[in-house]
Write a protein that binds this ligand. Structure first.
Ligand code: PSV
Ligand code: MN
Length: 396
């Protein structure tokens, strides 16, 4: 394996200095599959415990200073929850990150939210979106991250065309309420919960809707929301080219939206995505890195730390690429040399440099080991176990 050059080492350090990733509040609570959930004694049972856990991930890694909040799950009382959230931010040293409206759990949303044929339900969805924007303003959050679960299950049962219009109207109204520094991120997903058509099924639809909504609307790429075999880095390259990429929800998948740990199935794909980001001619693109995973089998805290560290290390590997060298090889169509350089960077073990970087920041060299040694999971389990056991009873 090629030795890491001084220039590469410097690039990796610079990349690590700029790398941050957001953890999701829902990754700390008990969640499962639609067939059931396995209760973890240390899972967070309240918003305070979610902040405590996010604080611990940030203490261990130093690169996860924000927590994504889901409005219905974390801010059920709306703006009156804001003072408590601010207290938690202060206490645990993590800030509120993206604000995620919930357009999928209300009973009224059975046939859709933004694109429900009933104008009253559509209005209800818009009101929720507007409240989410206000919440984000009150919390100082820049991004409102919108996932639209709408769609239909059977051909002929809904007008795809009218629903495009309704979705566009709702997003336009939401965009009009944004403060100048805020952004609206439009997430796409090809199926689930709808199984015939989803109103925002792919990046093209998300992009068209973002364009219609306004300049502060960008596309959010959830890596689990693609058809098998889709070239996600090409989508990323296009969105960067169009200045339309707002952020990521990172996770990995083998079959569908599996919410597995980033890079656990295909780390090379994550490397290729990071390569596109680092190749952006305008310099580091202003793109929010967020995690969207909730683990049913792995310990919540361990999974979160493992995810953050994995993302950071694959980012470092992408920083090894000598873009001038690669560009020259591409121009000469020296395919094998270009691929060998690219692949060689992917195969290089950057963990020693990452450890050195962490030490230089006064962080634990190995956050996962540090988590185990700290006893945090065992301690929180003692306090939370009874409450979590209660949630088994209520689930059964
Ligand atoms: C939907 O699958 C999704 O990816 C959206 O981002 C939601 O907000 C999140 O998962 C949690 O359900
Ligand atoms: Mn997502």
């Amino acid at each position: 394996m090629a030795k890491i050059s001084t220039a590469q080492q410097e690039r990796v350090f610079a990349a690590l200095d700029s790398f941050q990733i957001e953890v999701p509040s829902w990754g700390f609570a008990n969640t499962g599959t639609r067939f059931g959930k396995f209760i973890q004694p240390a899972a967070a049972t309240s918003i305070e415990e979610k902040f405590a856990d996010a604080g611990e991930v940030n203490r261990l890694t130093g690169v996860a200073p924000t927590i994504a909040l889901h409005v219905l799950w974390d801010l059920p009382k709306g703006v009156s929850d804001v003072p408590e959230i601010k207290r938690l931010e202060e206490k645990y040293g993590v800030k509120s990150g993206s604000i995620n409206p919930n357009l999928f759990q209300g009973q009224g949303y059975k046939f859709g939210a933004m694109a429900n044929p009933d104008p009253e339900i559509r209005e209800c969805a818009v009101q929720h979106l507007l409240e989410s924007v206000e919440l984000a303003k009150a919390l100082g959050s820049r991004d409102i991250s919108i996932w639209d679960a709408d769609g239909s299950n059977y051909p002929g049962t809904q007008s795809i065309r009218r629903r495009i219009e309704w979705t566009g109207e709702a997003l336009e109204k939401t965009h009009a309420a944004l403060a100048p520094n805020q952004r609206m991120l439009v997430e796409y997903k090809p199926f689930e919960p709808a199984f015939y058509h989803t109103d925002i099924a792919d990046w093209g639809m998300a992009l068209a809707l973002a364009h219609r909504a306004g300049p502060q609307a960008k596309v959010l790429v959830d890596t689990g929301h693609h058809y098998a075999g889709q070239n996600i880095e090409q989508i990323v390259a296009w969105l960067l080219h169009l200045d339309a990429l707002g952020g990521f929800h990172f996770n990995d998948r083998k079959y569908a939206d599996d919410d597995l740990t980033i890079g656990s199935i295909d780390p090379y794909q994550v490397f290729r995505i990071f390569h596109e980001l680092l190749s952006d001619p305008r310099g580091a693109a202003d793109v929010a890195f967020m995690i969207d995973q909730s683990h049913n089998l792995k310990g919540k805290l361990e999974a979160a730390v493992q995810t953050v560290v994995t993302a950071q290390e694959i980012y470092a590997r992408a920083a090894l690429v000598d873009r001038d060298l690669l560009s020259g090889l591409q121009d000469k169509c020296d395919l094998v040399a270009a691929e060998e350089h690219f692949r060689g960077c992917f195969w290089t073990d950057v963990r020693p440099i990452a450890q050195e970087w962490r030490r230089s920041k006064g962080l634990a060299a190995d956050p996962l080991t540090e988590l185990r040694v700290s006893g945090y999971v065992e301690e929180t389990a003692k306090v939370r176990a009874a409450r979590n056991a209660g949630s088994v009873a209520s689930y059964a």
